[in-house]
Design a protein around this ligand. Structure first.
Ligand code: SAH
Length: 375
């Protein structure tokens, strides 16, 4: 008979870990001890957890494990950016990127194997989709980076769920993962420094408001529905008005001093004109947000180009003058394909999108989100 699968304790945030202990007849405070062993002490051998009884350690050895994802390769960029290729289930791989910048260590983690959304300018989408990562596989990416940084006496200071995948289409794993990142007994990263980024799954933003106050970034990329329909096909399902209502609802729950981030990838001749900046400034007039501009990062056969420097600066200046805090994200890790939208991993595609992209057949019109739901 096959032994029952062990529970990976990295899959459980504090509330679930308390339930796990309680269901087996142990006191919930054991969960808190366990979190400290794993995340503060870096100890994953139950036998070494000296404040647990022999009986509890034996029970854990039988039913549980702490499974950190396997690293396939690690690449280092000339600019100090580090990328890990990490093994996920079924022979798939995802990518994680560490971006050190003036004392900050920002980690960009993946939430899914590939992505179902197929935004036209993102190479992850061209890989197709294979499935969700578990909470443990998301959290494991932070553990790996933390272990790497520990040698220098540093740790991960910021986490963005901006790697491969759409975190809000993997809600059940992404939210507990961010809980663990923000939990003082685990990574203890401030909620201002843990960010979920979404292409705009409006109903899931309302669900988020009920259970978390993690920071939220929205990949906007266009100031009107017509253009956004083309760049982010999910917009056909949740158009701008609906998305911005959801954003306003979420930001109200964050308290006065916190804002959303609107991400806007600047693509030459597509969305980078001053007329677009003007329309964007009008669109966001009633939304509490700052704006993050990302110059387009090229990848083979994308069909898009990065705007020249003066156009990028002019776009930023327009928004600054219109009163928006507007950051220009510098491109990092380009030489190791680690920049925004360049993460591809190794995806056993279940959507036939890789094939379609290779043969350059135009992407399907029907909403791929429906595909995600049935698969
Ligand atoms: N699905 C989520 C998480 C991915 S975040 C989301 O859409 O927000 C990745 C960010 O990089 C998104 O803002 C995405 O739109 C942006 N991006 C994708 N491809 C890019 C490219 N080629 N150049 C620059 N930014 C890109």
């Amino acid at each position: 008979m096959k032994a029952p699968a062990r529970t990976n304790l990295l899959d459980l945030d504090r509330a679930s870990l308390e339930q796990y202990f309680e269901r087996a007849g142990h006191k919930p405070f054991r969960a808190r001890q366990m979190l400290k062993w794993i995340y503060h002490q870096g100890i994953v051998d139950f036998g070494a957890m000296t404040d647990l009884s022999k009986f509890q350690r034996a029970w854990l050895n039988e039913t549980a494990e702490v499974r950190i994802p396997e690293v396939v390769t690690r690449l280092e960029s000339r600019d100090g950016t580090t990328k890990w290729v990490v093994r996920a289930a079924n022979g798939n791989c995802v990518e994680t990127v560490l971006i050190p910048d003036r004392g900050r260590n920002t980690l960009c983690v993946s939430s899914q194997v590939g992505c179902i959304l197929d935004c036209t300018f993102c190479s992850t989408g061209k890989q197709g989709f294979n499935g969700n990562l578990s909470t443990g596989e998301i959290v494991g990416q932070v553990l790996l980076a933390d272990a790497f940084l520990q040698v220098r006496g540093e740790s991960v200071s910021n986490v963005v769920l901006m790697g491969m995948g759409e975190p809000l289409l993997n809600f059940a794993a992404a939210i507990p993962a961010t809980n663990i990142m923000m939990d003082d007994l685990a990574f203890g990263i401030s909620k201002r420094r843990v960010t979920i980024s979404t292409a705009g799954v409006a109903p899931a933003i309302y669900e988020m408001a009920k259970v978390t106050d993690v920071s939220l970034a929205v990949s906007l990329h266009a100031p009107n529905d017509e253009l956004r329909d083309q760049l982010v096909p999910l917009n056909k399902k949740y158009p701008l008005a609906e998305l911005l209502d959801a954003c306003n609802h979420y930001v109200e729950g964050l308290g006065e001093r916190r804002n959303l981030t609107m991400e806007y990838t600047l693509i030459r001749g597509v969305n980078d004109r001053i007329a677009h900046a003007r329309e964007l400034a009008n669109l966001l007039r009633d939304v509490r947000c700052k704006i993050n501009l990302i110059p387009f990062n090229p990848f083979p056969d994308s069909g898009f180009e990065r705007p020249d420097e003066p156009s990028i600066r002019a776009f930023q200046t327009y928004l600054l003058n219109a009163g928006y805090a507007t950051m220009l994200r510098t491109t990092r890790g380009e030489d190791i394909n680690a920049a925004c939208g360049q993460l591809v991993g190794q995806v056993q595609d279940r959507t036939r999108r890789q094939e379609r992209h290779r043969t350059r057949i135009e992407c399907v019109e029907k909403s791929d989100v429906e595909e995600a739901r049935v698969s």
